[in-house]
Design a protein around this ligand. Structure first.
Ligand code: HEM
Length: 194
């Protein structure tokens, strides 16, 4: 019997499964769709994160290998959601860790995490609709927006991660980048729910 070795993207998923699991549980324990106030806290957390990683979507090297990168941004959808629930856009004073100078492999690791968060978003969007009557037209642009779920944009990114040529150093940078991104999200969780 032949066993097929996990692809690079599958390895990335395995290498971050512990922290993803922790984040998923700690978000749900806060019951983000119980009422509008909880939902605003949830949106605030997402805003801190997306605002912090904004430079990824303008990263020159990433833009060279991912054609539709600018259209994958969701910050404006979040801003629209704050507007819909009549809450001001949060003010953040954290200095981002990502910039255009971040090396390609590290940046790709971060992007895997930010884009991967859309996979779970589709599921959460359904809860926002069922419990708070928020839709992709009102209040849940971010959760129900384009790319939520396992659409072609996600499959394309996974394929790219699998196919890109990386040396050993870059292989490590990819995983470290992804873990850094999850850790960064945890920092914002601690901040928003302190
Ligand atoms: C309550 C919140 C969340 C839930 C319920 C959730 C749920 C999920 C689910 C069901 C998947 C598909 C897993 C699979 O195919 O086995 C997934 C994938 C993923 N999620 Fe989450 N997620 C949440 C939050 C997040 C956040 C905040 C991030 C990033 C900071 C994130 C990053 C990812 C990534 C990178 C993947 C792709 C895994 C892969 O297939 O390689 N998730 N999520």
């Amino acid at each position: 019997m032949t066993t097929i070795a996990p692809s690079r993207a599958q390895n990335l998923k395995l290498a971050t499964a512990d922290v993803h699991n922790n984040i998923d549980k700690s978000i749900m324990v806060k019951d983000p769709f119980a009422n509008t106030q909880n939902y605003i806290q949830f949106l605030t957390l997402q805003y801190y994160f997306l605002n912090d990683v904004a430079a990824l979507y303008e990263h020159s090297e990433l833009n060279m290998i991912i054609e539709d990168l600018p259209t994958r941004r969701r910050l404006s959808m979040l801003e629209q959601d704050f507007c819909d629930v009549e809450h001001p856009i949060p003010h953040t004073s954290f200095t981002p860790l990502i910039s255009n100078d971040t090396d390609l492999a590290t940046a790709l690791g971060w992007l895997y995490v930010v884009e991967g968060s859309k996979v779970g978003a589709a599921m959460l969007g359904k809860q926002a609709q069922a419990r708070l009557q928020l839709t992709k037209e009102h209040g849940a642009h971010y959760l129900a927006g384009p790319g939520a779920g396992r659409g072609s944009a996600w499959r394309h990114l996974v394929q790219l991660i699998d196919d890109i040529e990386l040396n050993d150093l870059q292989e490590r940078a990819l995983i470290n980048g992804a873990r850094q991104a999850f850790t960064r999200f945890q920092l914002f969780q601690a901040h928003v729910y302190s």
